[in-house]
Design a protein around this ligand. Structure first.
Ligand SMILES: [Zn+2]
Length: 80
């Protein structure tokens, strides 16, 4: 649809009603999908979610992302 964020034009009232129903249905499907999705894992060190990082190591009481693991390895390398 052009313009992408502009007002929508419909050829008929039936088409407009159908589009409205589709938006309502897609909204319901989106809400259901979000509700089914497990809650995000947060890195206990930097706070990023598993969606924001490539790897997340999940522990019993804490999690750590791959970026923080690498930072820790570099810190330990400097100390040793
Ligand atoms: Zn992290």
């Amino acid at each position: 649809m052009y313009p992408p964020d502009g007002p929508r034009m419909y050829a008929s009232k039936a088409e407009a009603e159908c589009a409205g129903l589709m938006e309502e249905f897609q909204g319901d499907a989106l809400r259901e999908a979000r509700a089914r999705r497990p809650p995000p894992l947060y890195c206990s060190v930097c706070g990023k979610t598993d969606d924001e990082v490539r790897k997340m190591v999940a522990g019993f009481i804490a999690n750590i992302c791959g970026e923080c693991v690498l930072r820790c390895v570099n810190i330990i390398d400097e100390v040793v």
